[in-house]
Every structure is written in structure tokens, then in C-alpha cells.
Design a protein around this ligand. Structure first.
Ligand SMILES: [Zn+2]
Length: 299
């Protein structure tokens, strides 16, 4: 499962838009909003080394992959890397240390220390257990969805309940590591695609697919909206026979409703993460999706 939760896949991960957790305990509030510190060796993730990802206790944004966690002996969960742009840094009021917070919601996490030479990366994020939740690898589902410009698909799929992260990239082509300009030329065979990681205890693959069909025009055959070309076509890249069967069932249902479905079903082979400036494009630019909007199709 390491590959599922690798830093590469999560590079510039889009953040889930879960509702903020309003049910914090007093200790959680004291640490998260009061910038407190839990007692050393007391936190549930201090001596905890399962595969998975650590997310913000308040907003659910992915913070740290389990492979970045190491035994520092300091008494708090320690990481030598975070997901890109997941963790914000602020000068601590003590004038010496650097505070770390969830970049999305500002929840206090702990402090970051450099130069201790504990790992080759030479950095230690010292994080309170109560600032985080953990999603085990076996609960993380994956979906690869192409529905036109990945900016919009990423933005709208991120809003689906239970989605952990969305990453824009390319699937289905004939060359390794394609660039955006190569894909735009339309002759590499790649489609703009979004990798959706989701918490299978909160949302099913079928629900992820139904949301996907509701956010794009799956009857358009030459692209999506004004974006015409091979790379903008609609497709589901299935990762298993059960995902394929689920997609076939939903498409059959749509045909029964009278839709002329253009969406292709293809076996997932490889996902290439797109360039940084494509990740969380709408969130970073403040613009709004121009050819994706959610409309209700399924009951
Ligand atoms: Zn947060």
C-alpha cells in the first residue's frame, strides 16, 4: 500500500472540503486553537507506525504520509516531510521556534525544527497527536476520472463528502511523463485525469462515480464544453474488476434514463501528476470553473 500513499501521488494534493469538525474536546481546543502542547509520550500517535495518512483534525486536509514518520524519541509524533503546501509556518511568539499550522484552516499542529540530523532530510515536524486524525491505508480508495479540463474536475470532486484529496494529471497515453504541452498537442493519447483518493468508510466508489457523472457532460463526444480534443474526452480508468463492474452498472443505468453516454471505460495503467501550476488551480487563482457544475441526475 506504500505506493498509494506516496509523496509523489500526493504532491500538491488538493484538499478535501469536509465540514470543519465542531466537536472538539477541551484538550483538542486547548491545543488546536489555544496553541497548547499535549504532554510528551501521551499522544495516541506518538508510538504508532501504521501505513496511512495523517489529516487535520479540524478540516480533514491531508498533512503527513506515514512514510515520513520516524522515531525521534522526543515524545510527540515526528515527521521529516509533509504533503506539499499542506503545512504553514509562522514565527512562534517565543521568538525562537517556528510554529506549524494546517495551511488550509490554521489549526495549530506543533513546531518544526531543522538541523537536528535525525533523518537524511534533517527536519522534524513535531506534531501534537490531538491535532490529527489518521486514515489507515486499507481505508483509502482510489478513482481515476477524466471529464474535460482537470482544473474543474479536481475542484468539484474535492467537494464530495469523504474525498481526501484530488490531484490533476494524465492517464491513458503512450509516452512516459508527458508534459502539458505534449498532452495539449493531442497526439500522446493521454487524457486530462484526476486522481481522487477517498475514505471508503465515508463514501463508496459508486458514489464517487455518480458525483463524477453529475459534474460533467458525459454525452459530449469531442471534448468537454468549449475544450475540444482527445485530452478532454470523458473516461473512467478502473483499477479493479469490481470498479469496472460498478462503472458498467452506472453507465447502463444512465443509458436506461435515455442518456447517450460517451464515457469510455479503460483499465488503469499509470497516472502522471501534472505540473504544479495545474494543482488546486481554482483555489489558488480565485477563479471559478467554466465548464463544470454539479447537477442532480441520481436519486
Ligand atoms: Zn485544517
Amino acid at each position: 500500500m506504500k505506493a498509494v500513499i506516496s509523496l509523489l501521488l500526493f504532491a500538491s494534493a488538493g484538499f478535501a472540503c469536509a465540514m470543519p469538525n465542531q466537536n472538539l474536546t477541551k484538550q483538542e481546543r486547548d491545543v488546536i486553537w489555544g496553541k497548547g502542547t499535549e504532554a510528551p509520550f501521551s499522544g495516541k500517535y506518538n508510538d504508532f507506525f501504521k501505513d496511512g495518512i495523517y489529516v487535520c483534525k479540524v478540516c480533514g486536509a491531508p498533512l503527513y504520509p506515514s512514510e515520513a514518520k520516524f522515531r525521534s524519541g522526543c515524545g510527540w509524533p515526528s515527521f521529516d516531510d509533509a504533503f506539499p503546501r499542506a503545512v504553514g509556518r509562522l514565527p512562534d511568539p517565543d521568538g525562537e521556534r517556528t510554529e506549524i499550522v494546517c495551511a488550509r484552516c490554521g489549526a495549530h499542529l506543533g513546531h518544526v525544527f531543522k538541523g537536528e540530523k535525525m533523518t537524511p532530510k534533517n527536519i522534524r515536524h513535531c506534531v501534537n497527536s490531538v491535532s490529527m486524525d489518521f486514515i489507515p491505508a486499507e481505508r483509502i480508495g482510489r478513482a481515476y476520472l477524466a471529464g474535460g479540463c482537470f482544473w474543474g474536475v479536481e475542484e468539484l470532486m474535492r467537494r464530495v463528502k469523504g474525498v481526501i484529496s484530488c490531484v490533476s494529471g494524465y492517464c491513458g497515453g503512450r509516452i512516459e511523463n508527458p508534459s502539458y504541452s505534449q498532452v495539449c498537442n493531442g497526439n500522446t493519447g493521454h487524457l486530462e485525469c484526476v486522481e481522487v483518493l477517498f475514505d471508503t468508510s465515508k463514501v463508496s466508489y459508486g458514489d464517487i462515480l455518480r458525483a463524477f457523472f453529475e459534474i460533467h457532460d458525459f454525452t459530449q463526444r469531442d471534448g468537454q464544453g468549449p475544450d475540444k480534443g482527445e485530452q478532454y474526452k470523458s473516461a473512467v480508468f478502473y483499477c479493479s474488476p469490481s470498479q469496472k463492474a460498478e462503472a458498467e452498472k452506472i453507465i447502463a443505468g444512465l443509458r436506461k434514463m435515455g442518456y447517450d453516454v460517451a464515457t469510455r471505460l479503460e483499465k488503469f495503467e499509470k497516472f502522471y501528476r501534472a505540473e504544479d501550476y495545474h494543482q488546486r488551480y481554482y483555489e489558488m487563482s480565485g477563479k471559478r470553473p467554466y465548464c463544470h457544475a454539479r447537477r442532480k441526475i441520481f436519486d
